[in-house]
Design a protein around this ligand. Structure first.
Ligand code: UD1
Ligand code: PEP
Length: 424
């Protein structure tokens, strides 16, 4: 197994190019199952998660080839097969094939995802939505078996919480259902918008993009199309927070600043200079002035609120501030796994339920340590802490990072960081 070594204490300078968004690539790859023919997806990141969903599609009969960051996926011959626990346990987003398989084949058998490092994460909203469309869903030996005779019929589906993959799964099922579907309290994340653009390009009729109510008029067939994956706002945010933590001047290129409203506001409030241009954001923080980093509260919320996927990274930054901050995690019930590891590096953090209170220890408050990555974003928070810490940090179990960060070592090295991988 590999570990990541970070020699901290160096400011970051330069430019970094953001890859395509993991959380958009996954549903868009799943959506190719909806229509026979060759689909083209551009700007697809090469990550452990995108490889996993492509293996899954291959098991279902799809063929694909990659040319740089462009994927060609041929979904002409799709077969009914299990989506096994072995795949779903490594990537919960595997459940995203349920909706398209129901639309295309009228049946699907997908392993129920387990609980994971950040919370219970049930899929009851997805199941309830499919049942509204007339689908029978049974739980059989750990698998969701979903089936319908004939075509699904459109219905009104209301989400108690605006679930991102729930909205995506229901959307993908509804586009081939007969009649009208109305999705209420739908997720408004940019990745949902990217999926809507692809589905519309395939011939679907969807109104309400960007709002919390989506109206779909079902069509009988769809055709392949070409779609570009949006830039990864979480990856972009991670590099911006890293620059604020280590100090320096970093320009994050090929990103959508408009997808990061809450983070850019919070970084500015914390004292960083944030300059937004068309498709890029530059963050400046004079390394000599890092003691001026302020404690800023955050509360994670569905988009456009502060994203839960940037909570751990912001916490790492706040451990270096000269103030107190309260971090409220409202999306997942167990997303503070990084706290114990940050404490090993000297952070002063107390948690109570879904709240964490961080007492900043100033710019020199962290020291390198041996720590363990527990989930994807917890891992990136440890990298950020390592970049700002005085000496060497060793992060084990870095396979988590490889789920969501393309060429992390290369990109950080390009900014002047001392980061490399070693065998454990
Ligand atoms: C592949 C992908 O896009 N992953 C993202 C997606 O995950 P994911 O789509 O799994 O997250 P959801 O938006 O569904 O979860 C939001 C909340 O709803 C709850 N819930 C969800 C579905 C359900 O059927 N029942 C239920 O109770 C969840 O436990 C959680 O508390 O959105 C999360 C929230 O922005 C992000 O952290 C993940 O990176
Ligand atoms: C939680 C995340 O992803 P997933 O939903 O794929 O587990 C994430 O990207 O931070």
């Amino acid at each position: 197994m590999e570990k990541l070594i970070v020699e901290g204490g160096k400011p970051l300078y330069g430019e970094v190019r953001v890859s395509g968004a993991k959380n958009a690539a996954l549903p868009l790859i799943a959506a190719t199952l909806l229509a026979p023919g060759v689909h083209v997806l551009k700007n697809v990141p090469d990550l452990r998660d995108t490889r996993t969903i492509l293996s899954l599609l291959k098991e279902l009969g799809a063929m694909w080839r990659r040319d740089g960051d462009t994927l060609f996926i041929d979904c002409t011959d799709i077969v009914y097969d299990d989506v096994s626990y072995d795949l779903v346990k490594t990537m919960r987003a595997s459940v995203l094939v349920l909706g398209p398989l129901l639309g295309r084949l009228g049946r699907a058998r997908v392993s129920l995802p387990g609980g994971c490092a950040i919370g219970e994460r049930p899929i009851n909203f997805h199941i309830r939505g499919f049942e509204r469309f007339g689908v029978t869903c049974r739980l059989e030996q750990g698998y969701v078996e979903a089936a319908i005779d004939g075509r699904m019929h459109g219905a009104t589906v209301y989400f108690d919480i605006p679930s991102v993959t729930g909205t995506e799964n229901i959307l993908m099922a509804s586009v081939l259902a007969e009649g009208t579907t109305v999705i209420k309290n739908a997720a408004r994340e940019p990745e949902v918008g990217n999926l809507i653009d692809m589905l519309v390009g395939m011939g679907a009729s969807i109104e309400g993009r960007g709002s919390s109510q989506l109206t779909v008029q079902g069509v009988e067939t769809l055709r392949p199309t070409t779609t570009e994956i949006i830039p990864d706002r979480i990856e972009a945010g991670t590099y911006l927070i890293a620059a604020a933590a280590a100090g320096g001047e970093v320009t994050v290129n090929r990103c959508c600043p408009e997808h990061l409203p809450a983070l850019l506001e919070k970084l500015t409030e914390a004292g960083a200079e944030v300059v937004v241009a068309d498709g890029s954001v530059t963050l400046r923080f004079d390394p000599q002035q890092r003691r001026l980093l302020r404690g800023v509260d955050i509360k994670t919320m569905p988009y456009p609120g502060y994203p839960t996927d940037l909570q751990a990274q912001f916490m790492a930054l706040m451990t270096l501030s000269s103030g107190i901050c309260v971090i409220r995690e409202t999306i997942f019930e167990n997303r503070f796994m990084h706290v114990a590891e940050l404490r090993r590096m000297g952070a002063d953090i107390r948690t109570e339920g879904s709240n964490a209170v961080v007492a900043g220890r100033g710019p020199n408050g962290l020291s390198g340590a041996r720590v363990m990555a527990t989930d994807l974003r917890a891992s990136s928070s440890l990298v950020i802490a390592g970049l700002a810490a005085a000496n060497r940090t060793e992060i084990s179990r870095i396979y988590h990072l490889e789920r969501g960060y393309e060429d992390l070592v290369g990109k950080l090295t390009g900014l002047g960081a001392s980061v490399w991988k070693e065998q454990e």
